[in-house]
Structures are given as C-alpha cells and as structure tokens.
Ligand binder design. Structure first.
Ligand SMILES: NC(=O)c1ccc[n+]([C@@H]2O[C@H](COP(=O)([O-])OP(=O)(O)OC[C@H]3O[C@@H](n4cnc5c(N)ncnc54)[C@H](O)[C@@H]3O)[C@@H](O)[C@H]2O)c1
Length: 328
C-alpha cells in the first residue's frame, strides 16, 4: 500500500496566497454555473444544533465539470463574540475524486467569508442598476466588510455606504477598516430604518433573526436587496411584492422554510444566480425591484478550495501530515 499524506492549511496559509477578487468571483461563477447546469451532486445541508440559534452544518459536494469534491463542516454561533471568537468558523476537506483519498484539511473561514460576498457581487453585477452609487449594509461584521470590498470591485460607481449595526464598537471598527481599504464614504447608523433611506442597494448580513428588521416599503423601484439570513431579515410584504426573487439554490433555500424562514410562505423564485450567469436575463430595466437570497452552497466552497489547494501545492505551503503508512 502506498503511503498517504494530507496537507493542512491554516487561515493564515490560505490568506498568504493573496488570492484576489477576480479569481474568487470567477471560482464562484464556475460553481453556480455548474449548479444551474445540474452537473453537481450537492445535497441540502444537514446540521446539528447544540445551542439556541446555533448550527454546525455538513456541506458535501462533487462538481463534475471541474472534477473536484469535498466537504465543509462549518459552524454559526451568534454568541461567539462573548468568547472573542468569530460567529462563522470551521474546516473543509478536499478529496481526490479518483480515489476518495483526503488531499487536504483547510480552514474554511476565509473561504466562506469571501465566497459569500463574491456570490452577492455576482448578483450585483447582473441585478443592480449599473449607476448604483449608494449601498446600505446591515450587520457590520465579517460579511458586512467583505460585501463592501467585493461589491465595490464589481461596481466601481459605488460612492457611499450606510452601515448599520446594533454594536457601536463594531461600527467604529468598520469605519476605520473600510475607510483604509476603499474610497467609499462610510456613514454609520444604529437605526435600520434610517440606514436604508436614499440608497440603491440594501444588503442584510446579521444573524438568525427572530423577526424581520427591514422596514416595509424599503425597496423602491430600481433597487436591489439581498439577505444572507434566508429571508428572515425581510418582511413578507417585500418578499412577495418584488418583481424578481433570486437564490443560489432553489432546493437549499426552500429547505430553510422547514426551519422557520419564509414564515409567510416561499416566494416564487425567478431564477438561480447560476441560471443568470449562464445567460438568463438579470435586471431587464431600471425600474425592476429585485431581491436575492443566497444561502450559500458547498459548490462555492469546494470550487474555491480546489483553487487554494492547487496554489498551495505549487508553493508547497502548509504542513504535510501522514495519514497512513502501511497495510494491516
Ligand atoms: N448565506 C451564506 O452563504 C452565508 C455565509 C456566511 C455567513 N452567513 C450569515 O451571514 C450573517 C453574518 O455573518 P458574519 O460572519 O458576518 O457574522 P458577524 O458576527 O461577523 O457579523 C454579524 C453582525 O450583525 C450584527 N447584528 C446582529 N443583529 C443585528 C440587527 N438586528 N441589526 C443590525 N446588526 C445586527 C452583529 O452585531 C454583528 O456585528 C450570519 O447570519 C451568517 O449565518 C451566510
């Protein structure tokens, strides 16, 4: 029997590769395109729930087109700030599609952070008005920051960001970091109703919410909204009143209805974002109101994970660990 080794890659190893938004967005587009073409095996997430509002999800996938496979094991603990830990963290395993051998175990926090923002950026590219200048970002944590960076990358016309959070210290940190990293003017808000006034795009990236936080009527003609909380941040009147509702995965998004999301019933989805990447029209005029619920699919993690793995092998990065050496 051949000796088997696997590569361990920490968050810092992965970040040291300096992978930029063009590559991240391309890997996400490849993943959602395959998803819409039906060339992936991507069962809905299953999970365990050790604390109220918390989850640990398993996310396996095989992408046939790129012949890449693996699984993400990711947790979401909204109370983690009390332990000085991020809400979202975990690992992913990349497997060899020929033999099943695990090739790498890697941090999934950075990959999750950027691929989620990239999925929204792809949505913005196709569904926001091209002249959009102002964005409201509700939830100024990891996703709030990554979303501004990814969206500015695809929408250079962006000038102003209304950022809103329930924590003042988080807002101040956001203002400092995003002012350093972009030329977007940051305006801070603690009241969601004020933050969403006079903007072109509204993004919610908060946590599993008990009730909607976006006020009725917040999406005016020509606007784009997007939520990372499987619809929980948005009132029924908006979800069922917009011209087009988009998702990254119909099955996955529909399955969230059984866990309390979309309490007013599932909307009629116009398209998956992969259908739009594959050519179905996104925004068709300047008045349409579009809302997107991208719940995150493993195909995005493993598509980007494969890119990370190949770059890491090229640079011999990380720690190579023995898994098994001889037969028994
Ligand atoms: N759909 C996906 O693919 C995907 C991927 C990653 C994370 N998420 C979700 O995105 C959300 C944010 O994740 P994160 O990693 O940025 O978490 P984070 O903890 O870094 O940031 C969340 C921020 O939201 C703020 N917040 C909470 N409730 C709020 C409210 N009512 N109004 C305003 N602000 C509020 C918190 O204070 C915090 O600063 C979570 O719900 C997470 O599960 C979704």
């Amino acid at each position: 029997m051949k000796k088997v080794e696997l590569r361990y890659l920490s968050q810092e190893d992965i970040m040291s590769l300096g992978i930029g938004w063009d590559d991240i967005i391309e890997r996400v587009e490849m993943a959602v395109s395959e998803q819409a073409n039906g060339t992936i095996e991507n069962p809905p997430k299953r999970g365990i729930h050790t604390r109220p509002s918390a989850f640990i999800h398993e996310m396996p996938v095989y992408l046939k087109g790129m012949d890449a496979c693996g699984i993400k094991w990711v947790s979401g603990y909204p109370e983690n700030y009390k332990f000085d830990l991020p809400q979202i963290l975990g690992v992913q395993v990349m497997n060899c599609p020929e033999t099943g051998v695990p090739l790498a175990v890697m941090d999934c926090r950075w990959i999750t952070a950027v691929r989620t923002a990239a999925a929204t950026a792809v949505t913005v590219k196709h569904c926001a008005r091209k002249d959009s200048k102002k964005i409201a970002i509700i939830g100024a944590g990891v996703q709030g920051k990554m979303h501004l960076l990814a969206i500015k990358h695809v929408l250079p016309s962006l000038e102003e960001c209304h950022v809103c959070d329930v924590k003042e210290s988080v807002l101040n940190d956001y203002e400092t970091k995003m002012t350093e990293q972009t030329n977007v003017k940051i305006k801070k808000f603690m009241d969601v109703s004020e933050a969403v006034k006079d903007v072109d795009i509204i993004i919610t990236c908060t946590q599993k919410l008990p009730k909607p936080i976006i006020p009725e009527g917040a999406l005016k003609p020509g606007m784009l909204g997007a939520g990372l909380e499987a619809g929980r941040a948005w009132p029924e009147s908006i979800i069922h009143g917009v011209d087009k509702v988009i998702t990254d995965d119909l099955n996955q998004t529909s399955s969230y209805a059984s866990t309390g999301a979309f309490a007013g019933g599932l909307p009629e989805f116009y398209a998956q974002i992969g259908d739009i990447v594959n050519g179905k029209p996104g925004r068709e005029n300047d008045d349409e109101v579009i809302l997107a619920f991208n719940v995150g699919i493993a195909a995005e993690d493993i598509s980007l994970g494969q890119f990370v793995y190949e770059k890491a092998v090229e640079k011999n990065l990380g720690i190579v660990l023995p898994l098994m050496e001889k037969d028994f």
